[in-house]
Design a protein around this ligand. Sequence first.
Ligand SMILES: [Fe+2]
Length: 305
Amino acid sequence: MSDKLNERVVRHSPSQGAGSPDVWGVYEPDTGSVQYVVADPATKKAALIDVVWNFSPKSYATDTVSMDQVMDLVAREGLSVEWVLDTHPHADHWIASAHLKERTGAPNAIGERVRTIAGLWSEIYHVEGAFDADRDFDRLFADGDTFTIGELDVRVMLSTGHTLGSITYVVGDAAFVHDTLMYPDSGTSRCDFPGGSAAELWDSIQAILSLPDETRLFVGHDYGKGDRVEPMWESTVAEHKASNVHVKDGTVREEWIATREARDDTLPLPDRMLAALQVNLRGGRLPEAESDGRAYLKLPVDYFD
Ligand SMILES: [Fe+2]
């Protein structure tokens, strides 16, 4: 098997019939992120989920290669974008939300508890008032909210644990679970960022795994596993219950929480985290440019170990 973890792999998961979306996953190799295009085959209306605005953690130079690739796919498939969605304010990459809103004219959205996350991080960065989710997002979803993509019904599930405001989008037989589960051979996501909780992540995962067995689950990250050097992101509820290495049927809650917390203690912070949150909590905008026309980021020294 050739190493595909460095490639911008695209995979189509076809609609399963009435009420079921076409889904394209687009792999972003720099951060192992999976970006999604979710479309109603009947109306060709689509939502974009968790699209990346690339930047180098060394030079802080930006580029739009990932969002360009996603928008090329949208054009090639003859889709029109109705929503620009994120599941949570990511710690490993910048969101393309503001850019895509401008390019498509579609509203952007995220979970309403981003207001609370913004409060936590505005203290960490000492930038009171800089983050305003109501200003930077057109819609802030609460648990149980519903909306449509074309004629497809979408339901929002609050899925806390990885962050205190993460949400899952359930679109017919597809669910976008982002940093809750990972591909079955890789288990689950970390929950040690500010506001994270292993106990809450367990409960969120159980809610996701109580969706119908045939539900297609699409995860937010993949880094390969062992000899598997092909990025993978789609599997069903039944497959996770049968084989997810962390949470398959029979797993004991307290044991998983202890294992998860012990593992998180060993993980370094993502190298883009301190740059990412201050942009993502502005909806994917840089801070206001200074008098030289350039934007500058802020870094708290000695806040994190
Ligand atoms: Fe995340």
